[in-house]
Design a protein around this ligand. Structure first.
Ligand code: GTP
Ligand code: MG
Length: 199
């Protein structure tokens, strides 16, 4: 199901995981990698491809959600200012949102827009993890040092760093780790209580 209105999203009766991050970071590609379905989420080499909140039902058991990217100047003001409009509304109003995956291109240093976004998640007590994308684009040494630097920057701001994953949609690196993590969360008390709610 695809739309821009939280009220029209599917029933909040299963645990939900959302992929968010800068435009072109690889959200839709990673959703396809995770589900082993090249055509599920629409991808493009031009930023601004995903424009709606897209719910995918996985195994009749949980939702995977593809969201529009933020920080792309040529789209509406709403997608430039991420903490506004329907994306904010969506993040704040889905009681079944178990974890938000914030995608970061592993080639880049920390950027204000991502840190601001994570700050907004923190102050609103929304749980998130970091997913580094496009790991195939760096050699081993550079990959490790970029991740270390990124997490160190996070630790300059917060007392602890969130869980993080290193992924590539090209090599499928990190796919199993992400799926295992989601499975663990699906078995958690929080997720079980979401499934037992009556709708
Ligand atoms: P928007 O919907 O526009 O916000 O973008 P998105 O974050 O969904 O990105 P999308 O998955 O459409 O991918 C953007 C571009 O990056 C495409 O050209 C992809 O092929 C490429 N890409 C995505 N993931 C990877 C990756 O792991 N490795 C490499 N090399 N390229 C990738
Ligand atoms: Mg997309």
């Amino acid at each position: 199901m695809s739309n821009t209105e939280v009220n029209k999203c599917p029933k909040a009766n299963m645990p939900e995981y959302a992929f968010i991050g800068r435009s072109n970071v690889g959200k839709s590609s990673l959703i396809n990698t995770i589900t082993n379905n090249k055509k599920l989420a629409k991808t493009s080499n031009k930023p601004g491809k995903t424009q709606l909140i897209n719910h995918f039902v996985i195994n009749d058991d949980w939702y995977l959600v593809d969201l529009p990217g933020y920080g792309y100047a040529k789209t509406s003001r709403q997608t430039r200012n991420i903490w506004a409009g329907f994306i904010k509304e969506y993040l704040m109003k889905r009681p079944n949102l178990v974890c938000i995956f914030v995608l970061i291109d592993v080639r880049h240093e920390t950027q204000k827009i991502d840190l601001d976004f994570m700050y907004n998640l923190t102050v609103n007590q929304l749980p998130f993890s970091i997913v580094f994308t496009k790991a195939d684009k760096l050699g081993k040494g550079r990959l490790e040092s970029n991740i270390k630097n990124y997490i160190n920057k996070i630790l300059e701001i917060w007392d602890y760093a969130p869980e993080y994953f290193v992924t590539s949609s090209t090599t499928k690196q990190g796919r199993t780790e992400l799926l295992d993590y989601i499975e663990d969360l699906n078995n958690s008390e929080v997720a079980q209580s979401i499934k037992s709610q009556l709708y």
